[in-house]
Design a binder for this molecule. Sequence first.
Ligand code: AMP
Ligand code: MG
Length: 349
Amino acid sequence: MATTFEVTVYRPKAESSLVADDMQAAYAEVVEIDRLMSLYRSDSELVALNTRSGEGLLAVSPRVLEVLRAADHYARLSQGAFDVTVQPLVGLWGFYHVERASVPQQSEIDAVLRRVGHERMSLDVRNGAVELKAGVGLDLGGIAKGYAVDRALEVLRARGVTAALVNLGGNIGVLGHAPGGRPWVVGIQHPRENRLIGQIRFWRGAVATSGDYDRYFEVDDKRYSHILDPRTGKPVEGIYALTVIAPNATAADALSTAAFVLGPVNGMELLQSCEGVDGFAVEPLGNNTPQNQHLAVSITPSAIAKGHATKDRTVVFLEADPAVALLGPRTIKNGARSRRCIWPINHSP
Ligand code: AMP
Ligand code: MG
Protein backbone atom coordinates (compact mmCIF):
# COMPACT_ATOMS: atom_id res chain seq x y z
CA MET A 1 0.00 0.00 0.00
CA ALA A 2 1.62 3.24 -1.09
CA THR A 3 0.15 5.54 1.48
CA THR A 4 0.93 7.30 4.74
CA PHE A 5 0.05 5.88 8.14
CA GLU A 6 0.05 7.98 11.24
CA VAL A 7 -1.20 7.02 14.68
CA THR A 8 -1.36 9.22 17.75
CA VAL A 9 -2.05 7.52 21.06
CA TYR A 10 -2.75 9.20 24.38
CA ARG A 11 -2.40 7.28 27.64
CA PRO A 12 -1.98 8.32 31.25
CA LYS A 13 1.70 8.75 32.12
CA ALA A 14 1.75 5.55 34.19
CA GLU A 15 0.86 3.58 31.04
CA SER A 16 3.27 5.26 28.66
CA SER A 17 5.37 2.11 28.32
CA LEU A 18 2.43 0.53 26.47
CA VAL A 19 2.28 3.09 23.68
CA ALA A 20 4.94 1.53 21.46
CA ASP A 21 3.03 -1.76 21.48
CA ASP A 22 -0.24 0.08 20.87
CA MET A 23 1.18 1.60 17.72
CA GLN A 24 2.65 -1.71 16.62
CA ALA A 25 -0.72 -3.44 17.10
CA ALA A 26 -2.61 -0.75 15.18
CA TYR A 27 -0.06 -0.93 12.37
CA ALA A 28 -0.26 -4.74 12.25
CA GLU A 29 -4.03 -4.51 11.70
CA VAL A 30 -3.55 -2.08 8.82
CA VAL A 31 -0.92 -4.35 7.28
CA GLU A 32 -3.28 -7.31 7.57
CA ILE A 33 -6.05 -5.43 5.79
CA ASP A 34 -3.64 -4.44 3.06
CA ARG A 35 -2.54 -8.06 2.75
CA LEU A 36 -6.16 -9.06 2.22
CA MET A 37 -7.47 -6.20 0.07
CA SER A 38 -4.61 -4.74 -1.94
CA LEU A 39 -4.63 -4.96 -5.72
CA TYR A 40 -0.92 -4.21 -5.73
CA ARG A 41 0.17 -7.54 -4.29
CA SER A 42 -0.39 -10.71 -6.24
CA ASP A 43 -0.96 -12.78 -3.08
CA SER A 44 -3.90 -10.76 -1.73
CA GLU A 45 -7.29 -12.34 -1.15
CA LEU A 46 -8.85 -9.70 -3.39
CA VAL A 47 -6.62 -10.54 -6.35
CA ALA A 48 -7.47 -14.23 -5.86
CA LEU A 49 -11.19 -13.41 -5.83
CA ASN A 50 -10.95 -11.36 -8.99
CA THR A 51 -9.21 -14.15 -10.86
CA ARG A 52 -12.05 -16.51 -9.88
CA SER A 53 -15.03 -14.45 -11.02
CA GLY A 54 -17.67 -16.56 -12.71
CA GLU A 55 -16.85 -19.61 -10.55
CA GLY A 56 -19.80 -19.33 -8.20
CA LEU A 57 -19.61 -18.73 -4.45
CA LEU A 58 -16.14 -17.98 -3.16
CA ALA A 59 -15.32 -18.06 0.54
CA VAL A 60 -13.91 -14.82 1.94
CA SER A 61 -12.28 -13.95 5.23
CA PRO A 62 -14.36 -12.07 7.84
CA ARG A 63 -12.73 -8.69 7.21
CA VAL A 64 -13.27 -8.91 3.46
CA LEU A 65 -16.88 -9.95 4.01
CA GLU A 66 -17.43 -6.99 6.31
CA VAL A 67 -16.00 -4.53 3.79
CA LEU A 68 -18.04 -6.07 0.97
CA ARG A 69 -21.22 -5.76 3.05
CA ALA A 70 -20.46 -2.12 3.73
CA ALA A 71 -19.59 -1.57 0.05
CA ASP A 72 -22.86 -3.14 -1.03
CA HIS A 73 -24.73 -0.89 1.38
CA TYR A 74 -23.05 2.30 0.10
CA ALA A 75 -23.58 1.21 -3.51
CA ARG A 76 -27.33 0.97 -2.90
CA LEU A 77 -27.41 4.16 -0.87
CA SER A 78 -25.71 6.09 -3.67
CA GLN A 79 -27.66 4.33 -6.42
CA GLY A 80 -24.50 2.88 -7.83
CA ALA A 81 -22.26 5.96 -7.75
CA PHE A 82 -20.09 4.10 -5.26
CA ASP A 83 -19.33 0.77 -6.88
CA VAL A 84 -16.45 -1.54 -6.02
CA THR A 85 -16.93 -3.44 -9.29
CA VAL A 86 -15.19 -0.58 -11.12
CA GLN A 87 -11.92 -2.53 -11.08
CA PRO A 88 -11.87 -3.45 -14.82
CA LEU A 89 -12.65 0.17 -15.62
CA VAL A 90 -9.89 1.50 -13.37
CA GLY A 91 -7.60 -0.96 -15.12
CA LEU A 92 -8.73 0.10 -18.60
CA TRP A 93 -7.96 3.74 -17.82
CA GLY A 94 -4.57 2.71 -16.47
CA PHE A 95 -4.95 4.15 -13.00
CA TYR A 96 -3.13 1.24 -11.37
CA HIS A 97 0.02 2.46 -13.12
CA VAL A 98 -0.82 6.06 -13.77
CA GLU A 99 2.57 6.85 -15.30
CA ARG A 100 1.60 4.61 -18.21
CA ALA A 101 -2.07 5.64 -18.41
CA SER A 102 -3.86 6.79 -21.55
CA VAL A 103 -7.38 7.62 -22.70
CA PRO A 104 -9.17 4.48 -23.93
CA GLN A 105 -11.45 4.27 -26.96
CA GLN A 106 -15.19 4.69 -26.37
CA SER A 107 -15.74 1.15 -27.72
CA GLU A 108 -13.35 -0.21 -25.08
CA ILE A 109 -15.17 1.72 -22.35
CA ASP A 110 -18.50 0.36 -23.55
CA ALA A 111 -17.19 -3.19 -23.55
CA VAL A 112 -15.75 -2.92 -20.04
CA LEU A 113 -18.88 -1.21 -18.67
CA ARG A 114 -20.80 -4.41 -19.41
CA ARG A 115 -18.74 -6.07 -16.65
CA VAL A 116 -19.35 -3.28 -14.12
CA GLY A 117 -22.27 -2.95 -11.72
CA HIS A 118 -22.75 -3.66 -8.04
CA GLU A 119 -25.61 -6.04 -8.80
CA ARG A 120 -23.02 -8.30 -10.44
CA MET A 121 -21.63 -9.10 -7.00
CA SER A 122 -23.79 -11.05 -4.56
CA LEU A 123 -23.02 -11.86 -0.96
CA ASP A 124 -23.89 -14.97 1.00
CA VAL A 125 -23.41 -13.50 4.44
CA ARG A 126 -24.38 -16.63 6.37
CA ASN A 127 -21.75 -18.70 4.63
CA GLY A 128 -19.18 -15.95 4.39
CA ALA A 129 -18.98 -16.04 0.61
CA VAL A 130 -19.27 -13.80 -2.41
CA GLU A 131 -20.22 -14.54 -5.99
CA LEU A 132 -18.85 -12.45 -8.83
CA LYS A 133 -20.38 -12.74 -12.26
CA ALA A 134 -17.94 -13.68 -15.00
CA GLY A 135 -15.55 -10.84 -15.82
CA VAL A 136 -16.28 -8.88 -12.64
CA GLY A 137 -13.39 -7.49 -10.64
CA LEU A 138 -13.41 -5.71 -7.29
CA ASP A 139 -11.44 -2.62 -6.28
CA LEU A 140 -11.73 -1.66 -2.61
CA GLY A 141 -9.63 1.50 -3.00
CA GLY A 142 -12.62 3.69 -2.18
CA ILE A 143 -13.44 2.08 1.16
CA ALA A 144 -10.66 -0.14 2.52
CA LYS A 145 -8.53 2.63 4.00
CA GLY A 146 -11.45 3.91 6.02
CA TYR A 147 -12.19 0.38 7.17
CA ALA A 148 -8.56 -0.07 8.18
CA VAL A 149 -8.79 3.13 10.25
CA ASP A 150 -11.89 1.81 12.02
CA ARG A 151 -10.17 -1.50 12.67
CA ALA A 152 -6.96 0.11 13.92
CA LEU A 153 -8.99 2.26 16.32
CA GLU A 154 -10.83 -0.83 17.52
CA VAL A 155 -7.51 -2.59 18.18
CA LEU A 156 -6.41 0.41 20.25
CA ARG A 157 -9.71 0.51 22.13
CA ALA A 158 -9.48 -3.20 22.93
CA ARG A 159 -6.00 -2.58 24.35
CA GLY A 160 -7.38 -0.02 26.76
CA VAL A 161 -6.43 3.15 24.88
CA THR A 162 -8.95 5.89 25.63
CA ALA A 163 -7.85 8.54 23.12
CA ALA A 164 -6.24 8.15 19.71
CA LEU A 165 -6.16 9.47 16.16
CA VAL A 166 -5.39 7.30 13.15
CA ASN A 167 -4.65 8.77 9.74
CA LEU A 168 -4.30 6.43 6.79
CA GLY A 169 -3.64 8.38 3.64
CA GLY A 170 -6.03 11.18 4.61
CA ASN A 171 -8.69 8.91 6.07
CA ILE A 172 -8.81 10.06 9.66
CA GLY A 173 -10.65 8.55 12.59
CA VAL A 174 -10.55 9.26 16.28
CA LEU A 175 -11.19 7.44 19.52
CA GLY A 176 -12.27 9.28 22.65
CA HIS A 177 -11.46 12.90 23.35
CA ALA A 178 -8.37 14.87 22.48
CA PRO A 179 -6.46 15.96 25.56
CA GLY A 180 -7.21 19.29 27.19
CA GLY A 181 -10.90 19.40 26.33
CA ARG A 182 -10.07 20.55 22.82
CA PRO A 183 -11.53 19.23 19.58
CA TRP A 184 -9.54 17.08 17.18
CA VAL A 185 -8.10 19.19 14.40
CA VAL A 186 -7.24 18.08 10.87
CA GLY A 187 -6.04 20.14 7.92
CA ILE A 188 -7.74 20.35 4.54
CA GLN A 189 -5.53 20.19 1.46
CA HIS A 190 -5.74 22.89 -1.21
CA PRO A 191 -6.79 21.02 -4.38
CA ARG A 192 -4.21 22.67 -6.64
CA GLU A 193 -1.45 23.92 -4.38
CA ASN A 194 0.82 22.30 -1.88
CA ARG A 195 -0.67 23.93 1.17
CA LEU A 196 -3.67 23.72 3.43
CA ILE A 197 -6.84 25.60 2.63
CA GLY A 198 -8.43 25.21 6.03
CA GLN A 199 -9.12 22.91 8.92
CA ILE A 200 -11.83 20.83 10.49
CA ARG A 201 -12.38 20.74 14.23
CA PHE A 202 -14.44 17.81 15.35
CA TRP A 203 -15.12 15.77 18.47
CA ARG A 204 -15.72 12.24 17.32
CA GLY A 205 -16.02 10.06 14.28
CA ALA A 206 -14.03 10.36 11.11
CA VAL A 207 -13.08 12.58 8.19
CA ALA A 208 -12.23 11.59 4.62
CA THR A 209 -11.59 13.50 1.41
CA SER A 210 -11.85 12.29 -2.15
CA GLY A 211 -9.94 14.45 -4.60
CA ASP A 212 -8.97 14.70 -8.25
CA TYR A 213 -5.37 15.44 -7.25
CA ASP A 214 -4.53 12.07 -5.65
CA ARG A 215 -3.90 10.06 -8.76
CA TYR A 216 -4.34 11.46 -12.26
CA PHE A 217 -2.75 11.90 -15.66
CA GLU A 218 -2.99 14.67 -18.20
CA VAL A 219 -3.40 14.58 -21.97
CA ASP A 220 -3.58 17.86 -23.91
CA ASP A 221 -3.93 19.82 -20.67
CA LYS A 222 -6.97 17.81 -19.67
CA ARG A 223 -6.88 16.05 -16.36
CA TYR A 224 -8.12 12.49 -16.01
CA SER A 225 -8.37 11.47 -12.39
CA HIS A 226 -8.83 8.18 -10.63
CA ILE A 227 -12.44 8.33 -9.46
CA LEU A 228 -14.68 6.93 -12.17
CA ASP A 229 -18.36 7.44 -12.78
CA PRO A 230 -19.79 3.92 -13.20
CA ARG A 231 -22.63 5.37 -15.29
CA THR A 232 -20.37 6.80 -17.98
CA GLY A 233 -17.23 4.75 -17.49
CA LYS A 234 -15.21 7.96 -17.39
CA PRO A 235 -13.33 9.97 -14.77
CA VAL A 236 -15.51 12.37 -12.80
CA GLU A 237 -15.11 16.02 -13.84
CA GLY A 238 -16.22 19.36 -12.48
CA ILE A 239 -15.20 18.81 -8.88
CA TYR A 240 -11.85 19.13 -7.13
CA ALA A 241 -12.52 17.52 -3.81
CA LEU A 242 -15.22 16.41 -1.47
CA THR A 243 -14.80 16.00 2.26
CA VAL A 244 -17.09 14.00 4.52
CA ILE A 245 -17.37 13.95 8.29
CA ALA A 246 -19.16 10.83 9.47
CA PRO A 247 -19.57 8.61 12.55
CA ASN A 248 -17.04 6.04 11.35
CA ALA A 249 -14.14 6.04 8.91
CA THR A 250 -15.60 3.38 6.62
CA ALA A 251 -18.63 5.59 6.09
CA ALA A 252 -16.54 8.72 5.58
CA ASP A 253 -14.39 6.93 3.00
CA ALA A 254 -17.24 5.37 1.01
CA LEU A 255 -19.46 8.42 1.21
CA SER A 256 -16.72 10.81 0.08
CA THR A 257 -16.12 8.68 -2.99
CA ALA A 258 -19.86 8.32 -3.61
CA ALA A 259 -20.60 12.03 -3.22
CA PHE A 260 -17.58 12.93 -5.38
CA VAL A 261 -19.05 10.82 -8.19
CA LEU A 262 -22.47 12.40 -7.76
CA GLY A 263 -20.94 15.87 -8.02
CA PRO A 264 -21.11 18.90 -5.72
CA VAL A 265 -24.86 19.45 -5.75
CA ASN A 266 -26.19 15.89 -5.79
CA GLY A 267 -23.34 14.71 -3.59
CA MET A 268 -24.10 17.27 -0.93
CA GLU A 269 -27.74 16.35 -1.16
CA LEU A 270 -26.89 12.72 -0.42
CA LEU A 271 -24.81 13.74 2.59
CA GLN A 272 -27.52 16.04 3.86
CA SER A 273 -30.09 13.28 3.79
CA CYS A 274 -27.94 11.25 6.19
CA GLU A 275 -28.19 11.49 9.93
CA GLY A 276 -24.86 12.36 11.52
CA VAL A 277 -23.08 13.10 8.24
CA ASP A 278 -21.67 16.41 7.03
CA GLY A 279 -19.39 17.55 4.30
CA PHE A 280 -18.41 20.12 1.74
CA ALA A 281 -17.31 20.21 -1.86
CA VAL A 282 -14.42 22.16 -3.36
CA GLU A 283 -15.05 22.84 -7.02
CA PRO A 284 -13.77 24.89 -9.93
CA LEU A 285 -14.87 28.50 -10.00
CA GLY A 286 -17.89 29.24 -12.11
CA ASN A 287 -19.48 25.89 -11.50
CA ASN A 288 -22.10 27.18 -9.20
CA THR A 289 -24.31 30.05 -8.33
CA PRO A 290 -22.45 33.19 -7.31
CA GLN A 291 -23.37 33.02 -3.66
CA ASN A 292 -21.45 29.79 -3.37
CA GLN A 293 -18.23 31.34 -4.51
CA HIS A 294 -15.53 32.41 -2.12
CA LEU A 295 -17.47 31.22 0.85
CA ALA A 296 -15.95 30.42 4.16
CA VAL A 297 -18.04 27.41 4.96
CA SER A 298 -19.01 26.28 8.38
CA ILE A 299 -20.83 23.12 9.25
CA THR A 300 -22.34 25.00 12.16
CA PRO A 301 -22.69 28.65 11.23
CA SER A 302 -23.41 29.75 14.77
CA ALA A 303 -20.12 28.32 15.96
CA ILE A 304 -17.99 29.87 13.25
CA ALA A 305 -19.52 33.22 14.08
CA LYS A 306 -17.99 32.94 17.50
CA GLY A 307 -14.72 31.94 15.88
CA HIS A 308 -14.21 28.73 17.81
CA ALA A 309 -15.47 25.19 17.94
CA THR A 310 -18.34 24.83 20.32
CA LYS A 311 -18.24 21.61 22.26
CA ASP A 312 -19.73 18.74 20.32
CA ARG A 313 -20.07 20.75 17.14
CA THR A 314 -18.04 20.17 14.06
CA VAL A 315 -16.62 23.33 12.57
CA VAL A 316 -14.91 23.74 9.23
CA PHE A 317 -12.71 26.76 8.66
CA LEU A 318 -11.95 27.36 5.03
CA GLU A 319 -10.07 30.28 3.53
CA ALA A 320 -11.69 32.13 0.71
CA ASP A 321 -9.57 31.23 -2.27
CA PRO A 322 -9.54 32.92 -5.67
CA ALA A 323 -9.12 29.60 -7.47
CA VAL A 324 -11.91 27.55 -6.03
CA ALA A 325 -15.53 27.69 -5.03
CA LEU A 326 -16.89 25.95 -2.01
CA LEU A 327 -20.21 24.31 -1.63
CA GLY A 328 -21.04 23.94 2.01
CA PRO A 329 -23.62 21.86 3.77
CA ARG A 330 -26.28 24.45 4.36
CA THR A 331 -26.02 26.33 1.13
CA ILE A 332 -28.42 24.07 -0.74
CA LYS A 333 -31.21 23.39 1.67
CA ASN A 334 -31.94 22.77 5.29
CA GLY A 335 -33.69 19.49 4.68
CA ALA A 336 -34.55 17.21 7.55
CA ARG A 337 -31.90 14.59 8.11
CA SER A 338 -33.86 11.44 8.48
CA ARG A 339 -32.02 8.61 6.83
CA ARG A 340 -29.80 6.22 8.68
CA CYS A 341 -26.95 5.89 6.24
CA ILE A 342 -24.17 4.46 8.36
CA TRP A 343 -23.17 0.85 8.02
CA PRO A 344 -22.01 -0.23 11.50
CA ILE A 345 -18.53 -1.71 11.74
CA ASN A 346 -18.34 -4.78 13.97
CA HIS A 347 -15.91 -4.83 16.83
CA SER A 348 -14.52 -8.19 15.91
CA PRO A 349 -14.81 -9.20 12.28
P1 AMP B 1 -11.15 7.55 -2.69
O1 AMP B 1 -9.83 8.21 -2.76
O2 AMP B 1 -11.49 6.98 -1.35
O3 AMP B 1 -12.28 8.39 -3.21
O4 AMP B 1 -11.10 6.24 -3.60
C1 AMP B 1 -10.76 6.30 -4.95
C2 AMP B 1 -10.39 4.93 -5.41
O5 AMP B 1 -11.55 4.07 -5.39
C3 AMP B 1 -9.88 4.91 -6.83
O6 AMP B 1 -8.49 5.08 -6.88
C4 AMP B 1 -10.31 3.52 -7.30
O7 AMP B 1 -9.41 2.56 -6.82
C5 AMP B 1 -11.63 3.34 -6.59
N1 AMP B 1 -12.78 3.89 -7.33
C6 AMP B 1 -12.80 4.68 -8.45
N2 AMP B 1 -14.05 4.99 -8.80
C7 AMP B 1 -14.86 4.41 -7.88
C8 AMP B 1 -16.28 4.37 -7.70
N3 AMP B 1 -17.13 4.99 -8.53
N4 AMP B 1 -16.77 3.65 -6.64
C9 AMP B 1 -15.94 3.01 -5.80
N5 AMP B 1 -14.60 3.02 -5.91
C10 AMP B 1 -14.06 3.71 -6.93
MG1 MG C 1 -13.27 6.80 -0.40
